[in-house]
Write a protein that binds this ligand. Structure first.
Ligand SMILES: [Zn+2]
Ligand SMILES: [Zn+2]
Length: 221
């Protein structure tokens, strides 16, 4: 199968957008075998010229069913995407809440972000409706799977979910009401730069370091 056949095989109603086409072309051509090689986010950004290229990539994965994966790649020191196979995964087309449902959801939570507790107006930079269990982890569109979260948390959650195989049920991004809300800690720059050095720039390692330090401080009781 070549790229052209692959693109023709995709269950899309309309022709792929230019950005999606560019993304698939890059990912397809990065190597000859599946899984294809990782392609840096910066490369995809340059090629598409789209600030929101990652949204387009997620649409390819979640709405069309392309077998795409993304994660932070240590070697690149940035996020990257790859095409794992030419198979089609079960697409889970994004459906949006009706504005009435969204309003009800926000009001029920008093316009407070479910994951950080900040009170904030609705909007693209503000409070948004979020799937507690992400679509990429087979989350449903049922009302019970929605929560209001602020834009910052939404960005953080997306990063945290990439490549995560932990159970969503014990994840504070998905079930903050059970697990506890995320806490933002402002660390002095000297501690932060030390931590950054120790973690080698890896967000995951940084989280582990901080978790271990807190655990040591409060004990395991
Ligand atoms: Zn928040
Ligand atoms: Zn999670």
């Amino acid at each position: 199968m070549n790229l052209e056949n692959y693109i023709e095989s995709l269950p899309t109603k309309r022709k792929l957008s230019g950005a999606k086409h560019t993304i698939l072309t890059l990912l397809w051509s990065s190597s000859a075998e599946f899984p294809r090689r990782w392609v840096r986010s910066s490369e995809l950004l340059n090629a598409t010229g789209q600030k929101y290229f990652d949204r387009r990539a997620r649409e390819l994965r979640d709405e069309i069913g392309c077998d795409l994966e993304s994660k932070y790649v240590e070697e690149f020191k940035e996020h990257a995407w790859r095409l794992n196979s030419n198979k089609l995964l079960k697409a889970n087309p994004r459906e949006y809440l009706t504005s009435a449902d969204k309003k009800r959801l926000f009001e029920k939570h008093n316009f407070v972000c479910a994951t950080c507790g900040k009170k904030i107006d609705a909007g693209v930079r503000g409070l948004q409706a979020d799937h507690k269990i992400p679509l990429s982890r087979s989350g449903s569109h049922k009302l019970s799977n929605w929560q209001p979260i602020c834009n910052n948390c939404n960005v953080g959650k997306r990063r945290a979910c990439e490549g995560c195989n932990d159970e969503c049920i014990s994840c504070s991004w998905a079930f903050p009401e059970e697990v506890g809300i995320n806490t933002v800690v402002n660390l002095p720059p000297e501690i932060l730069s030390k931590l950054n050095k120790m973690s080698g720039g890896s967000q995951k390692e940084l989280n582990e370091l901080i978790k271990r330090a807190i655990q040591e401080a409060i004990g395991n009781s």
